[in-house]
Design a protein around this ligand. Structure first.
Ligand code: SF4
Length: 67
């Protein structure tokens, strides 16, 4: 099975911070409200939540990519 990891398209991210609310174990926010990713791989059990968070990003900046 292919591993997945979260990534952010910085050309799109507006710092809404929703991703940190939806994925608190994987995303924290910097002092300006922009996301900091943990960098760890998304486990199979977390995949559904990670996909939902990516779809919920208002700027379509949060993505899951294969590693
Ligand atoms: S929800 Fe999307 S736009 Fe908002 S901080 Fe996260 S990646 Fe950026």
């Amino acid at each position: 099975m292919t591993d997945r990891q979260l990534e952010i398209d910085w050309t799109r991210c507006d710092g809404h911070g929703l991703c940190a609310t939806l994925l608190p174990d994987d995303v924290t926010l910097d002092e300006w409200g922009f996301p900091i990713l943990s960098g760890r791989r998304v486990t199979p059990g977390e995949l559904t939540n990670a996909r939902r968070a990516a779809l919920a990003c208002p700027a379509l900046a949060l993505r899951l990519h294969r590693t």
